[in-house]
Write a protein that binds this ligand. Structure first.
Ligand code: NAP
Length: 301
């Protein structure tokens, strides 16, 4: 059985920040993620609000975080964690690289894309329906796309798509956007972005091999070669069941990021929090590692 001080599940910014703080404090720190380092950072084309960096890309920021982790001696590996249990004072986790014993665990499993749940969405997934602008945007160069959603992701990614696509139509279910004012101001100035407010997409239609149009409640249709769905996220929190979570499944923590199971901490988008940013995930990670440090010392582990 592999033994480490701190096991971190997930290598997004919440996990990598926790890892570098943990390792820098002198703990053996293992990060496991089936997809490798980056998490949702890898889907962000441009980041302009991470303090001190000006404009950068999610990929470059992820790479910088990974290098910083390595410089402090973090061990990072590809692999999923299938269960975490507490046996006495120690945690035992079943993972793709075998059983791992640790003094503390930090859950940084992030969140996944929410789906619209409308007719045609699953059928045309990968044939015009996408949840990632930076991954799939280039396939829609010069084409018409619809963006579903009204939050920061929908508007940020609509801006990205507007540089590639002929037209971008944002369909939002309410009359007001949820997104930050700065983003609303930006999209208002882009000639090929239009908005349809207070409407829901009820169906995505195509010819069997690619998307052709979306149908709105009320029956109108919008011609589209692609549909990008950015309607928020659902937390990846099912790994640990017997801890407090919100009704939507986000993990409840105290100020030190500790969950209701002592020694188990949570960091980043999986956590119940009001504002989800790269910088807040990084902040969570720092606090979770600090919390783990205090927990390990207090319990003489
Ligand atoms: P979000 O803030 O939860 O917004 C989701 C949007 O989708 C909302 O406008 C919501 O409508 C809509 N929606 C939810 N369920 C829907 C459904 N079933 N059908 C139709 N529309 C639906 O999610 P997000 O935009 O992905 O952002 C997630 C977090 O990341 C936020 O904290 C955000 O601030 C952060 N983020 C920040 C940046 C940045 O700072 N540049 C960029 C991206 C993301 P309602 O408004 O009616 O609820």
């Amino acid at each position: 059985m592999k033994k480490v001080d701190i096991l971190i599940v997930g290598a997004g910014p919440g996990g990598m920040s926790a890892a570098q703080y943990g390792a820098r404090a002198g703990y053996s720190t293992l990060v496991l993620d089936p997809m490798g380092p980056g998490g949702q950072l890898l889907y962000i084309d441009a980041i302009e609000n991470y303090p001190g960096l000006g404009e950068t890309s999610g990929y470059l920021l992820s790479e910088a975080m990974e290098k910083q982790c390595a410089s402090f001696g973090v061990e990072m590996d590809y692999g999923a964690v299938s269960s975490i249990s507490k046996e006495g004072n120690l945690f035992v986790s079943q993972t793709d690289i075998g059983e791992v014993e640790s003094k503390a665990v930090i859950l940084a499993t992030g969140a996944s894309h929410r789906h619209l749940g409308v007719k045609g969405e699953e059928e045309y997934r990968g044939k015009g329906v996408s949840y990632c602008a930076t991954c799939d945007g280039p396939f829609f160069r010069g084409k018409k796309v619809v963006v579903a959603g009204g939050g920061d992701t929908a508007l940020t990614d609509a801006l990205y798509l507007s540089k590639l696509c002929s037209t971008v139509t944002i369909v939002h279910r309410r009359e007001e956007f949820r997104a930050q004012k700065a983003l609303q101001d930006k999209i208002a100035k882009v000639g090929n972005i239009s908005t349809v407010m207070g409407r829901n997409i009820v169906e995505i239609k195509g010819d069997g091999s690619s998307v052709k149009e979306v149908v709105l409640d009320g029956g109108e249709t919008i011609e589209a070669d692609g549909v990008f769905v950015f309607i928020g996220t659902v937390p990846n929190s099912s790994l640990v069941e017997r801890i407090a979570k919100t009704e939507n499944g986000f993990v409840v923590t105290d100020d030190s990021m500790e969950t209701t199971l002592p020694g188990l901490f949570a960091s980043g988008d999986v956590r119940n929090t009001t504002f989800r940013q790269v910088v807040t995930a990084a902040s969570d990670g720092a606090k979770a590692a600090h919390g783990a440090d205090e927990y390990i010392r207090k319990n003489n582990l």
